[in-house]
Design a protein around this ligand. Sequence first.
Ligand SMILES: NC(=O)c1ccc[n+]([C@@H]2O[C@H](COP(=O)([O-])OP(=O)(O)OC[C@H]3O[C@@H](n4cnc5c(N)ncnc54)[C@H](O)[C@@H]3O)[C@@H](O)[C@H]2O)c1
Length: 274
Amino acid sequence: MTHPFSYQGRRVVVTGAARGVGAELLDVLADLDVAHVTAIDLNPPSGPHDAFLATNLSDEVAVRDALARIDSPVHALFNNAGVADTQTPNTVLAVNYLALRTLSEGLLDRMPEGSAIVNTASLAGNLWRKRVKQINELLDIDLTAGWSESRQWFETNAESLGQGPYNFTKEIVEVYTMRSSRPAMRRGVRTNTVCPGPIDTPLLPEFRQTTSDQIVDWNIREMNGRAVSPREVAATLAFFGSPAAAYINGVNIDIDGGFSAAAATGQLDLSGRS
Ligand SMILES: NC(=O)c1ccc[n+]([C@@H]2O[C@H](COP(=O)([O-])OP(=O)(O)OC[C@H]3O[C@@H](n4cnc5c(N)ncnc54)[C@H](O)[C@@H]3O)[C@@H](O)[C@H]2O)c1
């Protein structure tokens, strides 16, 4: 019998595969005997993969072109690529939400029963309850007719959201995970999302720019003293994409050394935050 964590015979797609978490994921999947990996990124990955689709995920035409070039079947889709508020709001919305959803919905028909969609969101999305009405409004916009209506909604509402697009897009992904997981499960496909705290990758300095060293250092300190390693995130992604997680569906899981649990029970030391 195949081991429940094994990717033997499984074909997967990984976005953001060139560096950081995605690069680690390629190594973890190879260790788990993955059959075929399609890597999607702006840049070619150096880790183990079988096909590379050079794709700008902020470009709708490029995303639809990549979709057309992915061979069936797909047993796991890892929507991992993400960009910070160092990029334009339009790019953040597209890479972190529009491309993720377009790939998920575009591949669903090609995913046999027992397959999984696994997204990388962030702790930064955990305050989604504050904006759930707006998020649901945006999620009600169907993407099959294109991204322009969603972009328009975002332009109209951006100012009222009270935060930068990065956090908002991660909130969207958490709510989308819960909303989309039920209909997808009816077709035998699970959807889950990981929500890491600061990860030790080349993206972390960009969050230092868009927030501050003080906030990031405080977050890391309260996360039990160190950032998450990209390997730890990759291993959790691989678990959710594997048959070992066969009945876990619609879950947003924090990878934060207990930060969120401490926050929920009033145990954080807030003195160094501001
Ligand atoms: N690093 C952190 O502190 C942190 C914390 C929480 C969540 N995350 C999330 O983890 C995920 C992985 O981030 P990371 O830290 O590995 O980042 P990273 O910047 O190291 O890697 C991101 C990858 O995505 C690719 N990418 C960026 N823009 C792209 C585009 N337009 N088209 C195609 N590919 C593109 C990059 O080339 C790169 O290979 C992201 O979704 C990010 O939001 C990161």
